[in-house]
Design a protein around this ligand. Sequence first.
Ligand code: HEC
Ligand code: HEC
Length: 270
Amino acid sequence: MAFGNSNRIRPRSVRRSLSLAACAAFFTPVLLTQPPGPSSFDTPESREQGRSLFQTHCAYCHGARGEGGRGVDLTTGVYRHGGSDAELYATIRNGIPGTEMPTVRATNDEVWKMVSFVKSIGAGGVVESAPGDRVAGKAVYDGKGKCAACHSIGAEGGILGPNLAGVGRRRNLAYLRESLVTPEADVPVLYRAIQVMPKTGPPVRGIRLNEDDLSIQLRDSQNNLRSFFKEELKEIRRDKPSLMPAYGDVLNAQELENLVAYLSSLRETL
Ligand code: HEC
Ligand code: HEC
C-alpha cells in the first residue's frame, strides 16, 4: 500500500532508473567496458591506502600479503568470481553469499582502493604446489584416516564435518595442515561444538543448534538431535570447540603431507 499510489510519485521512475543504472554498473559488469570509478584509484597512493585497509578488513582471512589461509589465495591472479575491476568491486562490496566471504564496512572509494591493492598482488603469483603425493593421500583419506565417516566430497560421505569439495581452493596448505593436526585452531561458527553434562547420565558432545534461557539443542556425533532442559544439566562446556579428532599422533608425517596434497587438489565445488 505504501508504494501503491504510483501517479503521485513522479520521481519514482527516475529513482528506479537510477537504481537500475547502479545495478547495471555493479551486478552486470559484463555489459560495461569502462566501469565507473576504478581508474582514478589505480595510483601508487591509492594502492598503499588499499593495502592498509586490506590489513584491517581482510588480512585475518586472506593473509597479510593476500597469500590465503581461511580465505582464498589472492595472489594467483585467477579469480573464480571474475577478475575485472567491476567484478572485483562487486565481490568485495557485496561479499559472496553462501560463503564465509562477508560484505565489508567501508566506503565505495575505500572499496576501490582495495580493488587496486588486490589487483597489484594478483599479478603473476603462482598456485602453491603441495610436496606430498595426492594419490597416496586419497588412500589415507579412504582408509586409515576414516575421514568419510564425517566428511563428504560432493554427495558421498558423512555430514558431521564440512563438505570438503573445493577445500583446496578455499584454504591454503598451512591451513589444511593445521586443520589435521590442531583442528581447534579455527572452527567455523556453524561447526562449534559444546559438551553438556547432565546431572544424571553420560556427557553429550555435539554441535549447538539452538539455545535459549531454558533449553539447549544439539546434534551429537551420531547425528541425533538432542534436546535438554538447562535445569537437568550440571554444566555446559565450550572449551573443546572442534569435533574433529587431531591426527598428529594417528598419522605419520608422510601420511599427513600426502593427505594435505590430496585435500589441496580438491578444487571443484561439486
Ligand atoms: C571471514 C573471512 C573473509 C574475510 C574477512 C574476507 N574474505 Fe574474501 N573470501 C573469503 C573466502 C572463504 C572466499 C572464497 C569464497 C568461495 O568462493 O568459496 C573469499 C573470496 C574472495 C575473493 C574472490 C576470489 C575469487 O577467486 O574470485 C576476493 C577478491 C576476496 N575474497 C577479497 C577480499 C577482500 C578484499 C576482503 C576485505 C575487504 C575480504 N576478501 C575479506 C573469506 C574472507
Ligand atoms: C569425528 C568426525 C570427523 C572426522 C573423523 C574427521 N573430521 Fe575433519 N572436521 C570435522 C569437523 C566437525 C570439522 C569442523 C570443525 C573444525 O574445523 O575443526 C572438521 C574440519 C575439517 C577440515 C577444515 C575444513 C574447512 O573448510 O575449514 C578439514 C580440511 C578436515 N576436517 C579434514 C579431515 C580429514 C582429511 C580427515 C581424515 C583424516 C578428517 N577431517 C576426519 C569432523 C571430522
